[in-house]
Design a binder for this molecule. Structure first.
Ligand SMILES: C[S@@+](CC[C@H](N)C(=O)[O-])C[C@H]1O[C@@H](n2cnc3c(N)ncnc32)[C@H](O)[C@@H]1O
Length: 206
């Protein structure tokens, strides 16, 4: 059971211009946070044979580069991020090239429950595999999020870490937002130490 309810608050990073030095530094911090969370490793483990991949809210693309290093092969990656002028709902709704998988890393927790259901409904029509790594909403992760100064993160990242855990997920919350249609296998669980993993796989996809 979730130890506290989900709450969304604006992130300073969303309000700073992308070229602001504090935003630039915070994106560099994020690479270290991802490394500590092990998110590239966790995502790579669930991508199977996927080659054409879209990363929703993919930031500067460094997470998918780390995934490729883990896989020891290159992928055809589309980074969908508003910092590059791409909006996830427009991307998913528009007819586009076929995708083997959609990835979201530290992105879904930005969404309201309603937008999450809308995004999942579009995503289920665009690719047979969806892999997400998000902040785990737990007391342990919340305690960890207060220690970001320890690895030298700036004020923007420290603020982001705490509110991201509060907006994160636990239990089967993401599965409950996936459209109710036959033919999908859903996996949702803690991915230690601090991540919450969600995988939706259309039956028959390896
Ligand atoms: C916490 S960052 C994660 C970046 C990246 N996934 C990573 O792990 O390094 C969240 C990203 O989502 C992007 N974002 C937020 N809302 C978005 C939207 N509606 N459409 C596209 N990108 C969005 C932000 O610009 C930001 O780069």
């Amino acid at each position: 059971m979730a130890p506290f309810s989900r709450s969304l608050e604006p992130e300073w990073l969303d309000e700073l211009p992308p070229e602001d030095p504090r935003a630039v530094r915070s994106r560099a911090d994020l690479r270290r946070v991802n490394a500590i969370m092990g998110n590239a490793r966790i995502i790579a483990r669930h991508l199977g044979q996927a080659r054409r991949v879209a990363d929703l809210g993919g930031g500067d693309g460094s997470l998918m580069q780390a995934v490729e290093r883990r896989l020891k092969r290159s992928l055809e990656v589309t980074i969908v991020d508003r910092i590059a002028g791409l909006e996830v709902f427009d991307f998913l709704a528009a007819p586009g090239r076929p995708l083997d998988a959609i990835v979201a890393n530290l992105f879904l927790h930005h969404l309201t429950d309603r937008d999450l259901r809308r995004l999942f409904s579009l995503a289920a029509q665009r690719a047979p595999l969806f892999v997400a790594c998000e902040p785990r909403r737990s007391r342990f992760a919340l305690a960890g999020s207060h220690l970001m100064w320890f690895i030298g993160c700036n004020d923007v990242t420290r603020h982001h870490a705490v509110i991201s855990v509060r907006a994160g997920f636990s239990g089967r919350e993401l599965s409950a937002a996936w459209p109710i249609v036959d033919g999908w296998t859903l996996t949702e669980k803690l991915a230690p130490p601090f991540s919450h993993l969600f995988v939706a796989r259309r039956d028959g996809i390896v």
